[in-house]
Write a protein that binds this ligand. Structure first.
Ligand code: ZN
Length: 99
């Protein structure tokens, strides 16, 4: 599998490299999805999509990050990384086996 292919604009910051601070919209911070690069790899864009599905699954089941991470036997911060596409997310197939 080709990992370092075409890069695409980061969907979180739209290539701006910075995002608004969640708690204080007047402050900007380095985009945590692309790490301030403004673009993401093809692989990361797949992770982002899978991570969004994972997050949707969690929210649909009314689970908090901490509880869901506990069910998956992973750390809360790893789950956050997965949901934001910074780490390879657990696939839906794997999820159904675990749960
Ligand atoms: Zn970004």
């Amino acid at each position: 599998m080709k990992v370092y292919g075409t890069r695409r604009p980061c969907p979180r910051c739209n290539g701006q490299k910075m995002t608004k601070h969640p708690a204080n919209p007047r402050e900007v911070q380095i985009c945590c999805t692309c790490d301030g690069l403004g673009s993401i790899s093809e692989q990361q864009s797949l992770w982002l999509k899978a991570g969004a599905d994972l997050k949707q699954f969690r929210i649909e089941h009314g689970l908090h990050l901490k509880d869901f991470a506990g069910m998956l036997h992973i750390k809360e911060c790893d789950l956050t990384d997965m949901e934001y596409g910074r780490k390879q997310p657990i696939s839906m197939d794997e999820l159904l086996v675990i749960l």
